[in-house]
Design a binder for this molecule. Structure first.
Ligand SMILES: Nc1ncnc2c1ncn2[C@@H]1O[C@H](COP(=O)(O)OP(=O)(O)OP(=O)(O)O)[C@@H](O)[C@H]1O
Ligand SMILES: [Mg+2]
Length: 362
């Protein structure tokens, strides 16, 4: 049975894409494209909370989503106030670490039979009672296995109902209508891959976690996550240099891999943590290549962490294939004033833009 989390009936010509991260909220207001044009980014909002740097438990969204829904909705409202947008329809994302994501390969069969098979197989892949999760699935490809048998690939996504209710609640309190909710990997495939068939790794380096996704023939095939992230880099600098997290954060953003802090080269401190992320990326690559046969050809770095100076070059050297920074702004049109943001912070908006254009691209 196909139980969509939340799917909208098409209608509005504007949507808000809302990405609630661990330390930040990003919103974009996107208008439907006129014929032959790209959807228009009308406005954006970016709220960063530094509270977490001193007290990680105070993150906007901890892994257990402990923070009061009310506080999150207050922050959302504040951002909306600055945005001055009339749009109330919102599309939001769930972080990879809240969902169970599995790629199933099943024999070719009819849509109806797929539904039944999945309902049955889901039990194996979801470590919670089926009554407590919402299950969604999408056909993402076909493949001939090693025995020459043709299989269809189904991406199975399950999310605990508890989180869906939480998101609905937060948006309602902020005065928004949550019309669709999806895992962030889907949003990034929309904003960064846009149907390109190249087998690609998308590495979203956030503040609390890094998600590693594989897109192949234009579809999301896999999403994993690791706790090594932008926050690990900041903490490493703070610890090694004996400075506050706030200062470490600024130092990291200003100097990146090329700078030095006192007698230390920053890269000496940062590289072991980047290597930990790269280790996880290689692991995902191996799993995908050995289990599903595709060969990864490139990597795209997304999230705030992709802004670290020198990171693309280092990843490319270590991974051995082309690595570029995410540019979700190429999917939308926007006013010239937004150009500087697109250049400097573009990669941070990969999820939000993917959400905002959901109803406007095929
Ligand atoms: N110029 C920069 N150089 C290095 N790191 C940066 C830069 N700008 C932002 N970051 C880092 O990016 C991270 C925040 O990224 P992002 O906004 O994608 O996180 P988030 O979505 O809030 O978190 P998560 O996805 O883990 O929930 C922080 O660790 C921050 O230090
Ligand atoms: Mg994020």
């Amino acid at each position: 049975m196909n139980i969509p989390f939340l799917k909208s009936i098409l209608g509005p010509s504007n949507y808000l894409g809302v990405d609630i991260g661990t330390t930040s909220i990003k919103i974009v207001d996107i208008a439907k494209a006129s014929a032959g044009k790209k959807p228009r980014l009308k406005n954006y909002g970016f709220l960063e909370s530094y509270g977490h740097l001193e007290r990680l438990n105070n993150a906007i969204q901890t892994s257990s989503l402990k923070m009061m829904d009310k506080d999150t909705s207050e922050l959302l409202k504040m951002l909306l106030g600055h945005l001055k947008s009339g749009t109330r329809e919102a599309v939001a994302s769930l972080p990879t670490f809240l969902a169970f994501i599995t790629l199933l390969e099943i024999p070719i069969m009819s849509e109806g039979e797929i539904g039944q098979t999945i309902q049955y197989q889901a039990r194996q892949y979801v470590p919670l009672p089926i009554s407590e999760v919402s299950i969604d699935w999408i056909k993402v490809g076909e493949r001939e296995d090693e025995q020459g048998v043709k299989k269809q690939q189904i991406l199975l996504v399950s999310v605990p109902n508890e989180y869906i209710k939480k998101y609905q609640n937060i948006f309602k309190m902020a005065g928004l209508k949550l019309v669709a909710l999806e895992i962030e990997g889907m949003s990034m495939v929309r904003s960064l891959i846009a149907g390109d068939p190249t087998t690609t790794l998308i590495v979203d380096i956030g503040a609390r976690s890094t998600s590693i996704s594989v897109a192949d023939k234009g579809f999301l095939k896999m999403s994993n996550q690791t706790d090594f992230s932008g926050g690990s880099l900041t903490n490493a600098l703070a610890g090694s240099l004996g400075i506050s997290t706030r200062r470490a954060e600024n130092l990291k953003k200003q100097r990146g891999l090329s700078g030095s802090g006192g007698e230390y080269e920053l890269s000496t401190i940062l590289l072991p943590f980047l290597d930990a992320i790269i280790g996880e990326v290689k692991r995902s690559k191996n799993i995908y290549e050995t289990s599903y046969g595709g060969k990864i050809e490139r990597a795209i770095l997304a999230g705030g962490g992709a802004n670290l100076l020198g990171i693309e070059k280092y990843f490319e050297e270590q991974l051995g294939f082309p690595t570029v920074k995410a540019d979700p702004f190429r999917m939308v049109s926007y006013a010239p004033e937004i150009e500087p943001l697109a250049k400097t912070l573009g990669s941070s908006f990969s999820v939000a833009i993917g959400l905002g254009i959901k109803h406007f691209v095929s």
